[in-house]
Design a binder for this molecule. Structure first.
Ligand code: ZN
Length: 160
């Protein structure tokens, strides 16, 4: 079966930047499982998976505009510490999760004050060209439940 809309695809990836510096890998786990065509992953990777089958190995280079976006200087904000989900004292340079009005998102801490933190809301990989080495492990039709939830339930997918 080939990867297409409403298929469940599970794959390994090794991610590096354009200089070959390793950033992330799925090799220690079961791979990443996604429900295809539901924007579970960045656009450039989503596009590249289409039509592939189990066993395929390939490399894809994703520019920032199809990845985590360009780095936006205006995405700095001062937020109350009560919005931090992460435990412990925030440190400058650290990535934290902020939850405001039920929406959680990642941010990088720029400066820590008494009751507030200054954060940069750009994704840590914003502005970067990303190189993925992909190995497709499994492709199957999504289950009704997966389609209802909008994500995969395989190992490496969403945990309930
Ligand atoms: Zn679910």
């Amino acid at each position: 079966m080939k990867v297409g809309r409403d298929s469940m695809v599970r794959f390994h990836y090794d991610l590096s930047d354009e200089n070959g510096q390793a950033l992330e890998s799925s090799r220690e786990g079961d791979g990443l499982a996604i429900l295809y065509g539901h924007r579970n992953i960045i656009r450039g990777l989503d596009d590249a998976l289409f039509g592939h089958e189990s066993g395929d190995r390939f490399q894809v280079t994703v520019p920032p505009e199809l990845g985590y976006g360009m780095h936006q200087p205006g995405l700095k904000e001062r937020v109350s510490k009560k919005h931090l989900v992460s435990k412990g004292k925030p440190q400058a340079g650290e990535t934290v999760v902020i939850k405001i009005k039920g929406n959680a998102r990642q941010a990088r801490v720029l400066k820590v004050g008494g009751s507030v933190v200054d954060v940069d809301l750009n994704h840590a990989m914003a502005g970067q060209t990303l190189v993925f080495d992909i190995e497709i492990l499994e492709v199957r039709p999504a289950t009704t439940e997966e389609l209802a939830h909008g994500h995969a339930h395989s190992p490496g997918g969403h945990a309930h």
